[in-house]
Design a protein around this ligand. Structure first.
Ligand SMILES: CC(C)(COP(=O)(O)OP(=O)(O)OC[C@H]1O[C@@H](n2cnc3c(N)ncnc32)[C@H](O)[C@@H]1OP(=O)(O)O)[C@@H](O)C(=O)NCCC(=O)NCCS
Length: 174
């Protein structure tokens, strides 16, 4: 199956709303540490995406999606532009999500490469992110040349709610 990576404008993002909700629910149900604790619900995911899509429509973030040739949404990532006047060259990477049925096929890496290229184009040459320590996300960022500059112990409750996991903080100059 071939996959295309697309930057969505506000209208296209609104059309993908339900698929984006599904993607977030799927990730949390499969244990991803992306700010939610199970049980994950469509209501929680819808509330989160409502805020994110409003922010996207205001031009505060860039949204890329990976779409399979059958039209299914397989992944997404956001480039969140720092709003501070003195950090106009920085952005955060947020909510990199690949559907559990589509992992280990290079989609996460392709989404990250698209986000990094867009950051360069926008002059956002310093990128930052954080992710659960020893997670698939951490392995991906290390492979893509990100620098881990610290680990905070017990930073966030795991998706299954059992304990507090460590969090790794990364940056990359692009
Ligand atoms: C992290 C995530 C986005 C990776 O997406 P993906 O499409 O499976 O990643 P890719 O196939 O592009 O993997 C690229 C590289 O990352 C590393 N990697 C990714 N998943 C891995 C895993 N399960 N085990 C070991 N290495 C892994 C490998 O180096 C891999 O390269 P390789 O396949 O040639 O060995 C995906 O697992 C996911 O959506 N997880 C849940 C959400 C999440 O945790 N997001 C990050 C939050 S900050």
């Amino acid at each position: 199956m071939t996959m295309s990576i697309t930057r969505l404008d506000a209208a296209a993002a609104a059309r993908q709303r339900l698929a984006l909700i599904d993607l977030l629910v799927d990730s949390v149900e499969h244990g991803a540490s992306v700010n939610f604790v199970q049980p994950m619900t469509r209501e929680k995911a819808a509330r989160w995406w409502e805020g994110a899509l409003l922010s996207h429509a205001r031009g505060e973030r860039v949204l890329f999606v990976a779409t399979a040739d059958d039209g299914h949404l397989a992944g997404s990532v956001q480039l969140i532009l720092a709003g501070q006047e003195n950090q106009a060259f920085r952005a955060d990477i947020g909510k990199l999500l690949v559907h559990s049925s589509a992992r280990r096929q290079g989609i996460g890496a392709a989404l990250m490469q698209a986000a990094e290229a867009e950051a360069r184009r926008l002059g956002r040459t310093l990128l930052t992110l954080d992710t659960e320590t020893d997670s698939d996300g951490e392995r991906l960022y290390l492979k893509l040349g990100w620098t881990r500059f610290g680990i905070v112990q017990g930073y966030a409750t795991t998706a299954d709610g059992t304990h507090r996991a460590d969090c790794s903080f990364f940056y990359k100059q692009v």
